[in-house]
Design a protein around this ligand. Structure first.
Ligand code: SF4
Length: 279
C-alpha cells in the first residue's frame, strides 16, 4: 500500500486548474495554425489568427484565455493500492479547486440551479472517480465552459438507426449548435452503455491527446468522416463561415443493451482546456 497525502492531492489540483485555464492543451496551437492554412476566407483566417494570439498571450502572461473559466470537472483514476492519508480525497480536491480559482482570479461560475445564488468559490467540483490497478492516482482537470457544454446532447436511438443514425445525430448536433460553442470545437462522442455512462464516455473522449485517433479502425473511420461532414457544412470558425468548425471528433464505445443505441455528444471549445498529473 502506497500512501498519498491529501495535501499533495490538493496542491496538484490547484496547479492543474491554473495550468488548464491559462495554456492550451499540447498540439492545439498547431491544429489551429494548420486550420488557418486551410481557410480561404479572410475573416476565417483572421479569427483563427486571433485565437492563436489569444492562447499565446494567456500562456505567456499566465492569464485566463477566456472569461469563462468553467465548472471544475475532475477525473481521478485511483489505484486500488494507493492509500489517501491526512484527510478525505474529495475534500482535498475541493480545496484545490477553491485555491486555484481564488489565487488565479478565475471567475467563479457555480451556483444553485434554482435560486441562482453563487457558491462563491467555484465549488463543488464534479468529480468522477474510478478504481484502477496500481498504487498511483492520476488526475485530469477540465475547467468546462458552458458555451460548449450547453450544446451537448444525448439520444437513446433505436438500434435500427445503426451507424448512419449515429452519424446523422452527431452532424445534426453540430449543425444546431452553430457558433454557440465558440468553434472550432473538439467533439467527444460516446456510443453505448446506459444513459449516464454514455454521457460520461463522451466527456472522457476530451481527455485524449491531440492527434490521437481511436485505435479501433471503425471508430477512427467514423471520426474522420464526422469531421469531414461537419466541416463541409461551412459554418467555420465562430460559426461565421469557413472550412474549420471542428478540429477533431473523438468516438468511444462500450457495450449496451439489445434494445438500445445510446449516443452522446460533448462539445469542447478550441483550447481543449485540460491538464493531467500522476501522483
Ligand atoms: S465556450 Fe469556451 S471559448 Fe466560449 S465562452 Fe465558453 S469557455 Fe470561453
Amino acid at each position: 500500500m502506497r500512501e498519498i497525502a491529501c495535501d499533495s492531492i490538493r496542491d496538484a489540483v490547484r496547479l492543474l486548474f491554473l495550468e488548464a485555464c491559462t495554456a492550451p492543451a499540447d498540439g492545439v496551437t498547431g491544429l489551429l495554425a494548420d486550420a488557418r492554412q486551410g481557410e480561404t476566407l479572410p475573416h476565417a483566417r483572421e479569427i483563427l489568427a486571433q485565437l492563436i494570439e489569444n492562447n499565446g498571450i494567456a500562456q505567456r502572461e499566465r492569464t485566463p484565455a477566456c472569461q469563462d473559466t468553467g465548472m471544475a470537472v475532475v477525473f481521478a483514476d485511483i489505484g486500488q493500492d494507493a492509500h489517501v492519508v491526512g484527510g478525505f480525497f474529495g475534500d482535498a480536491v475541493e480545496e484545490g479547486v477553491r485555491q486555484a480559482y481564488a489565487d488565479g482570479y478565475l471567475r467563479k461560475s457555480v451556483l444553485d440551479p434554482l435560486t441562482r445564488k453563487n457558491t462563491g468559490d467555484n465549488t463543488p467540483a464534479v468529480i468522477h472517480e474510478r478504481i484502477v490497478p496500481g498504487d498511483r492516482i492520476k488526475l485530469w482537470t477540465l475547467p468546462k465552459g458552458f458555451g460548449s457544454e450547453n450544446m451537448s446532447r444525448i439520444a437513446m436511438l433505436s438500434p435500427s438507426a445503426g451507424v448512419d443514425g449515429v452519424m446523422d445525430f452527431v452532424v445534426d448536433c453540430a449543425s444546431g449548435a452553430g457558433g454557440s460553442p465558440c468553434p472550432p470545437v473538439f467533439l467527444g462522442v460516446g456510443l453505448g452503455g446506459t444513459f449516464e455512462s454514455c454521457a460520461m464516455l463522451s466527456k472522457r473522449q476530451l481527455l485524449r491527446e491531440v492527434g490521437a485517433c481511436s485505435p479501433d479502425p471503425q471508430l477512427a473511420e467514423m471520426e474522420a468522416e464526422l469531421k469531414r461532414r461537419i466541416n463541409a457544412l461551412g459554418m467555420g470558425p465562430m460559426g461565421m463561415g469557413g472550412n474549420t468548425y471542428c478540429l477533431e471528433v473523438r468516438v468511444g464505445k462500450e457495450p449496451t443493451h439489445i434494445a438500445a443505441l445510446p449516443v452522446a455528444v460533448n462539445f469542447c471549445c478550441h483550447m481543449l482546456r485540460h491538464a493531467v498529473a500522476e501522483l
